[in-house]
Design a protein around this ligand. Structure first.
Ligand SMILES: *Cc1c(COP(=O)(O)O)cnc(C)c1O
Length: 367
């Protein structure tokens, strides 16, 4: 059993994906071009924002957003202590300081009640992560943003397609950034990402930053990057797009069903969805004791697992000089020690689901 079954999805949508790719190949327009534009228009419509910029990865989406906001050395950006490394890497890359906030124990997203106490005169932005496919609490985070006049960037790399009371992920705050890495809810066949915003002046800056700071060819108004999405990846995404809403529906339904079954097993903490939220389960992650032995038993039974993520961001070796100590981020530390992701994708059959559940039960009785 694969952890995420990309092959099954490809076999299902093959003809549409090939047809889209063929258009690009026949036109020999590989960098940006009409397919990228079509993708941007399609997805900005879906999210319900004015501007969508296709970029080379989720990491570059975050980086370009911070660059457009003018984040520089000495600035502070508030983010979650528990995420994939890219969430804080982009802040450090600009020589700004990531200011970590612990997470909520139920949603695993940044604890909004701990944000205000971390704001200083150097704070320039708040960058919450919508982890595992569930939106962070943007009601509260945006109101803090408004109070201190700080932009809010959603790291929505795992949550494209998710919704909350405020609307769709990526359209909830000043800027929304997602990733099209193959295993994400909407994945291409390589690297890719997108930035969403209603702010036209930010969008204009980001168009420039995406292409070497150029406004027109060979006229460079600012320092940018090579952050473009290539047209073949846009074609892959357009080929898959007609099926996305159905996949989101299946993710929701299958996740719910898997959760109800796992809930009955002693010693399993299942992922909970905050009221008003819908979950796309980019990762279906549970908490168990003795994780390593549990994972080894599952592996023997043919059920692959992964740990997202074993080390909270403040405790990464590269941040050693920040001097954090055990107990500074109690919830993140606790979760990082017990979280484990099970195989999950929209094409999981009922038999596979039952197999996973019975293996989890067996593995727990062995540890
Ligand atoms: C995947 C991911 C990223 C980075 O996206 P890439 O497309 O791989 O660069 C950033 N943040 C989070 C939370 C992610 O899961």
């Amino acid at each position: 059993m694969p952890f995420i079954d990309l092959q099954r999805q490809y076999q299902k949508y093959k003809d549409e994906i090939h047809a889209q790719m063929e258009t690009v190949l026949n036109a020999s327009a590989y960098i940006m071009g009409p397919k990228m534009k079509e993708l941007e228009e399609t997805l900005s419509g879906y999210v319900g924002v004015k501007h969508a910029l296709a970029v080379s990865s989720g990491t570059d989406a975050l980086l370009i957003s911070l660059m457009a906001l003018g984040i520089k050395a000495g600035d502070e950006v508030i983010t979650s202590a528990f995420s994939f490394f890219a969430s804080c890497e982009v802040i450090s890359f600009l020589n700004a300081k990531p200011v970590f906030v612990d997470i909520d124990p139920v949603t695993y997203n940044i604890n909004p009640d701990q944000i205000e106490s971390k704001i200083t005169k150097n704070t320039k932005a708040i960058m919450p992560v919508s982890l595992y496919g569930q939106c962070a609490d943007f009601e509260k985070i945006n109101s803090i943003g408004r109070k201190y006049d700080l932009p809010v960037i959603e790291d929505a790399c795992q949550s494209f397609g998710a919704t909350c009371a405020k609307g769709r992920s990526c359209g909830l705050s000043s800027l929304g950034c997602t990733s099209f890495f193959p295993s994400k809810p909407l994945g291409c066949y390589g690297d890719g990402g997108m930035i969403f915003t209603n702010d036209s002046s930010l969008a204009e800056k980001m168009y420039m930053i995406r292409a070497h700071g150029q406004k027109e060819r060979y006229r460079h108004d600012c320092i940018g990057v090579n952050g473009r999405l290539d047209a073949l990846q846009a074609a892959v995404l357009l080929g898959k797009w007609p099926h996305f809403e159905e996949e989101v529906r299946l993710r929701n339904q299958l996740g719910q069903e898997l959760k109800e079954e796992l809930k009955k097993i002693m010693g399993v903490i299942v992922p909970e969805t905050a009221s008003g939220n819908s979950h796309v389960y980019a990762q279906f992650s549970i908490q168990v004791e003795s994780r390593d032995a549990f994972a080894a038993s599952l592996q023997k039974m043919g059920v692959p697992t992964a740990v997202h993520y074993p080390v909270p961001l403040p405790f990464q070796p590269v941040y050693e000089s920040m001097g954090f100590k055990k107990g500074d981020f109690p919830v993140s530390e606790d979760v990082a020690g017990r979280i484990i992701s099970l195989p999950f994708h929209p094409f999981l059959t009922q038999e596979e689901r039952h197999f996973i559940v019975s293996c989890v039960q067996q593995a727990l009785s062995l540890v």
